[in-house]
Design a protein. Sequence first.
Length: 116
Amino acid sequence: MFAIIKTGGKQYRVSPTDTITIEKLDGEAGDAVSFDQVLLVGGADGAEPSLGAPLVSGATVAGEIVGQTRGDKVIAFKKRRRKNSKRKRGHRQSLTMVKITDILTGGAQPAAAAQN
């Protein structure tokens, strides 16, 4: 079974036991999280996937925060030739590693999970 969820302005294809790196979520390692913006749920054993319009009603993906990390440094360097003008800026994105524990359908809610 798999699902496509939307979080942090991006879409991720997840299945149970997957570990994904997403935009930063509040919480510490071991905290439970729940994703209620589920766009598609694919059935196991070749079953027909259920597609939302735009969201699948009653579908939730439960997960657990593994840790907080930061992405690679991205350098934004701008130079104007012959003007003695240049600018260098760096950026590191804050990220959260989440382990997907379960994909719930039919309105079932995960136990003690924060909604995201």
